[in-house]
Design a binder for this molecule. Structure first.
Ligand code: NAD
Length: 451
């Protein structure tokens, strides 16, 4: 099928490249000309495992093109994906100005046959009809007759760090629309993925397709992220109680996670959730509730618990080091999770800010930032190029991101470089016995301290 994807970030580029990989002819649009030039040369502007490879293969097969020309993309596509960002406004509401600009642009270029316009961006409930109206406004301005279009809400559930895998192995595909014709085209588009032709295990049952009205599809995305964020806040709350009573939250999580009604995923206690989706999506849902006269108390508390949790490493540093002024703290990892270069709303940012405020010197080593040299939004932190350099002169280390390579570090060697051998494991990721054998005082989240 002929596809146009507008917005080539983590979602748009992965969606475009994966759809091209399964045989569709895809044109990806971005209004960032530098980014488009980079992609035209076969390079991915983001770090996402496997992405550059499928991009290059699809480009060589002639299935994937990049341009800034929205008109060309709209003329080409029978299916037009809107995949631009929807960040949070300072009020917590979703900033839909990029979606609006794209919808208007589509309207002013719409021509040819029937088209399906897909909201892939996470947009507030009610955006389906809103997008339709903006597109129609754009069409009306040109006083043109068009063959017609429908809007589909097709929220995205991929995880940064495994986005390509997730696109080929989704748990479900959600299609929200009141048009059977549009749904049929979306099913055709996704048929190879639904049939698991590109899945890791092709013998699994087909991917479930959830067909809903537009509002329910939009709500599914918010509810899913709000649930996952709340689940993490829940286990962090349990961890904080474990800390006080001397229980070990990793054992507690195992014990409750084996209950199939609970499930073991998203029960890892740590320094809080962040990233480009959970914070903004939970606050947007809280805001939507307020708009409709409802106080979403549970969600507000999930956010409050998370805000406090982002400072848990600081609290533990103060307990063990007392005065932080003049001390040097080394952060192992910066990104909000491993296998991504995304720093948006990463818990590390608030920790860095607070450590600086208290007069500590902050250094950090993150494998992806060391590799790409990208350190967007990072100030007041010295970024080191390896873990040994990081450890040099540190009073304590704090593990921020659970990069696999951090399990394999030579902690005895790191310890030799440090002023005091203290590690706060902000993700309960390291083996306390390995650390104590290397002479470290190991402090986890919600688990007893090991000396
Ligand atoms: P992003 O910020 O990485 O990418 C957005 C892209 O859109 C940028 O490249 C930007 O240049 C481009 N853009 C902005 N305005 C444009 C315009 N008028 N025309 C063309 N291009 C334009 O965003 P993202 O992380 O890919 O997220 C996109 C949407 O998907 C958001 O609504 C987000 O909530 C949702 N989502 C994200 C994830 C994720 O893990 N990142 C997962 C699921 C859903």
């Amino acid at each position: 099928m002929r596809v146009c994807v507008i917005g080539t970030g983590y979602v748009g580029l992965v969606t475009g490249a994966c759809l091209a990989h399964i045989g569709h002819h895809v044109i990806c649009i971005d209004n960032n000309a530098d980014k488009v030039a980079l992609m035209q040369s076969g390079q991915s502007p983001i770090f996402e495992p496997g992405l550059a490879e499928i991009m290059q293969a699809a480009m060589q097969a002639g299935n994937l093109e990049f341009t800034t020309d929205l008109g060309a993309g709209v003329a080409h596509g029978e299916i037009l994906f809107i995949a631009v960002g929807t960040p949070a406004l300072p009020t917590g509401e979703s900033d839909t100005r990029y979606v609006e600009a794209v919808a208007r642009g589509i309207g002013s270029h719409l021509n040819g046959g029937y088209k399906v316009i897909v909201n892939k961006s996470t947009v507030p409930i009610g955006s389906g009809d809103w997008v339709k109206r903006i597109v129609l406004d754009g069409v009306a301005e040109r006083q043109q007759t068009i063959a017609g279009f429908d809007v589909v809400s097709n929220p995205e559930f991929l995880r940064e760090g495994s986005a390509v895998f997730d696109t080929f192995n989704p748990d479900r595909i959600v299609l929200g629309s009141n048009s059977t014709k549009a749904i049929a085209m979306m099913r055709k588009l996704y048929a190879p993925i639904i049939a698991r032709r590109f899945a890791e295990d092709p013998f699994l049952l087909p991917v479930p397709v959830v067909e809903t009205d537009i509002s329910s599809a939009e709500m599914i995305k918010y509810a899913a992220n709000a649930f996952l964020a709340t689940k993490i806040s829940f286990i962090n709350e349990v961890a904080n109680i474990c800390d006080r009573v001397g229980a070990d939250v990793t054992q507690v999580a195992q014990g409750i996670g084996l209950d199939s009604r609970i499930g073991k995923k998203f029960l890892q206690a740590g320094i809080g959730w962040g990233g480009s989706c959970f914070p903004k999506d939970v606050s947007a849902l809280i805001h939507t509730a307020v708009d409709y006269g409802y106080d979403a108390q549970l969600l507000r508390k999930a956010v409050a618990v998370n805000e406090r949790q982002k400072l848990i490493a600081l609290e533990k540093l103060q307990q063990v080091l007392k005065i932080l002024k003049g001390k040097t703290i080394g952060l192992l990892g910066l990104t909000f999770k491993p296998d991504t270069d995304d720093m948006r709303d990463a818990p590390a940012l608030i920790l860095i800010e607070q450590l600086n405020r208290l007069g500590a010197k902050v250094k950090a080593y993150d494998p992806i930032i060391a590799q790409t040299g990208m350190a967007h939004g990072l100030s007041d932190v010295k970024v080191e190029s390896d873990a040994v350099q990081l450890a040099d002169g540190c009073d304590a280390l704090v593990l921020i991101t659970e990069w696999q390579s951090f399990r394999k570090l030579d902690y005895a060697k790191l310890g030799e470089k440090m002023i005091s051998k203290i590690i706060i494991d902000g993700r309960n990721f390291l083996d306390p016995e390995v650390l104590t054998a290397s002479g470290f005082q190991y402090i986890g989240i919600g688990r007893p301290t090991h000396k």
